[in-house]
Design a protein around this ligand. Structure first.
Ligand code: UDP
Length: 558
């Protein structure tokens, strides 16, 4: 039970228990024990399950997400395990500030929040009680954004938020352009797009912007779409959420699902939360082949672990507690897909690589559903089961089981190279520091492969300067094929990987579609349309260098 040096740093900074003076007083094995014992409280044979959970978490086969490590089982914190929340904001000052307060409570406990703001009246509308003018959606987002600056998430991270506005809201143009000036850094923005709009776009038809049945403006669907892709090209926002696609996969169709958590992987009902955990795929490949038995056991234990935590959870708001326990959604996913592909000698952007990823996800989903059915037999179905798509034939403990999260912190702790479903960031880059000067940082898997094949130091230096091994003389062709960084992969292939994984994901997949700095507005256009055609629930693009302060690869850039 040991972490790498980097993994230990993440653990110490974010998850380890600390005394009143902020001094660390918990080791990694102690934290694993804390999680395993807490998840076993609800079991009859607590000792047996503590041992099982300890084994699977301590060996980093299964990695629970940040709020679980940071909160669960600690004596000085509420046991809030959820990373993902959605809140409903209604069109009243009371609701706006109520939800702001609820958000602060959620941030403090380590969660991120998504909102669909479409029920807020547009800027300039009459406020009946005062006869003044409504300040509108974008102004409200500014308020929420400022508040997120104030509330560090339990001292662990800054509050992440997603604001969604439907494509027919009268304020949609301001919303689309809201991040162009570099503001709203705590918010991701996504436009809620419905099938009818995509039809209007494809037919070159007009599109109405309306609120409460009143039409405010009629605009060509293409004009609105062009604004959207232009803004996404310029600053990476807004992304898109395909609302009908989400609705089609809604496990309790009577409930509205019009928003997701901040990184887009978890559609939720208003006031609902979900907890996350990841199978470490880097540990599932042995001598180039998947150890399916190990994967099955790991998934099964992970589902039970997450499900048990719902029972012991102390959610920050009674509303969230009630909603979350009605559906008992869990978000089991994976990290280290890139590592597993490399270990199996498959290229991320090849049909074989995609079918490997698809097959792994299918197996994880199937096993998770099996476990959820067994748990339903043993402990009962989720309370909303009778209103769900599973009723009456299929018993389920959880309304949804699979989510592919970004795994931004836990991957670093687990020591994988690839985050969630993403390829490795880059095989190498030159890091510029003021103190130590420039030095080269290599992907350990890449370095190992090169050393095995006798690649010389000067060739490696060239790779680091270029930020890629593609086309570098002296790097064997098969190594070039397997070791592609995010920027070496065509946008289309990023999307195809998202599709391969989404097919067997109950919830959604958090994925960045990387584009080179030279990508055009037309490239964004194609990517967003392709995502819709291929049935994705959402898409976000990232054009290299379009946001300040983000790491870019290649010579001279840290
Ligand atoms: N999240 C957040 N703030 C952050 C990072 C993440 O609120 O700085 C929330 C957000 O809902 C996100 C989810 O946690 O979608 C999962 O993020 P990730 O997988 O990166 O979390 P990890 O468990 O690795 O910290």
């Amino acid at each position: 039970m040991q972490l790498s040096a980097n993994g230990q740093k993440v653990f110490d900074a974010r998850y380890a228990g600390k005394d009143e003076n902020g001094q660390i007083n918990e080791t990694f094995p102690q934290a694993v024990h804390r999680l395993a014992t807490t998840a076993s409280i609800v079991e009859q044979d607590q000792h047996y399950w503590t041992t099982k959970f300890t084994d699977v978490i301590g060996n980093l086969l299964f990695v629970p997400s940040t709020p679980i490590w940071a909160n669960v089982g600690k004596t000085d914190r509420p046991w809030q395990p959820g990373a993902c929340f959605v809140l409903a904001v209604e069109d009243s000052l009371h609701s706006m500030y109520d939800v702001l307060h609820q958000t602060a409570m959620i941030f403090k406990s380590g969660g991120g929040t998504g909102y669909n703001f479409s029920s807020i009246r547009p800027k300039g509308d009459l406020v009946h009680s005062t006869k003044g003018q409504a300040s509108g959606v974008v102004e409200l987002i500014r308020l929420y954004n400022a508040s997120a600056n104030m509330v560090m998430q339990g001292g662990v991270r800054r509050g992440a938020s997603l604001g969604i506005l439907n494509i027919d809201h009268p304020e949609i143009k301001d919303f689309i352009n809201a991040k162009l000036n570099g503001d709203l850094t705590n918010f991701n923005l996504s436009v809620g797009v419905i099938d009818a709009f995509m039809d209007a776009l494809n037919q070159g038809a007009a599109w109405e912007l309306k609120f409460n049945g009143k039409v405010y403006e009629t605009i060509a669907a293409t004009e609105l779409w062009d604004m959207l892709i232009w803004a996404a090209h310029a600053c990476g926002d807004p992304g898109i959420i395909f609302l009908d696609q989400i609705q089609r996969a809604n496990p309790v169709p009577g409930k509205v699902m019009n928003a997701t958590n901040p990184c887009g992987e978890q559609p939720l009902y208003p006031g609902e939360s979900c907890l996350l955990g990841s199978v470490n795929l880097a540990k599932m490949v042995k001598a180039g082949a998947v150890d399916w038995d190990l994967l099955r056991d790991t998934v099964s234990l992970a589902v039970k672990f997450l499900d048990n935590l719902i029972d012991v959870a102390e959610y920050p708001l009674p509303l969230v507690d009630q909603n979350t326990k009605s559906t008992r959604k869990i978000g089991l996913g994976f990290t280290g897909l890139a590592d597993a592909l490399i270990m199996a000698n498959l290229a991320y952007d090849s049909p074989e690589g995609r079918s490997f990823a698809g097959e792994l996800t299918r197996f994880i989903q199937q096993t998770a559903h099996e476990t959820s059915r067994e748990l339903a037999e043993e402990k009962g179905c989720f309370p909303d089961w009778e209103n769900s798509i599973y009723y009456p034939h299929e018993k389920r403990r959880n309304a949804a089981c699979i989510t592919i999260a970004p795994t931004g912190s836990v991957t670093a702790m687990a020591g994988c190279e690839g985050y969630g479903v993403e390829p490795i960031f880059a095989v190498a880059y030159t890091k510029q520091t003021k103190v130590a000067g420039d030095f080269e940082v290599f992907s350990p898997l890449f370095l190992e492969a090169c050393q095995r094949r006798g690649v010389t130091a000067d060739v490696l230096t060239e790779v680091a300067q270029r930020g890629t091994c593609q086309g570098v003389t002296g790097i064997p062709r098969d190594i070039q094929q397997i070791f592609k960084g995010a920027q070496d992969i065509a946008p289309r292939d990023h999307i195809k990987m998202q599709v391969a994984v989404q097919k067997n994901t109950d919830n959604a997949v958090s994925k960045t579609i990387n584009l080179p700095n030279s990508a055009t507005v037309n490239d964004i256009d194609k990517s967003y349309r392709l995502a819709y055609q291929l049935g994705l629930k959402g898409i976000t693009v990232f054009r290299d260098g379009c946001k300040e302060g983000v790491i870019t690869v290649g010579e001279g850039k840290p």
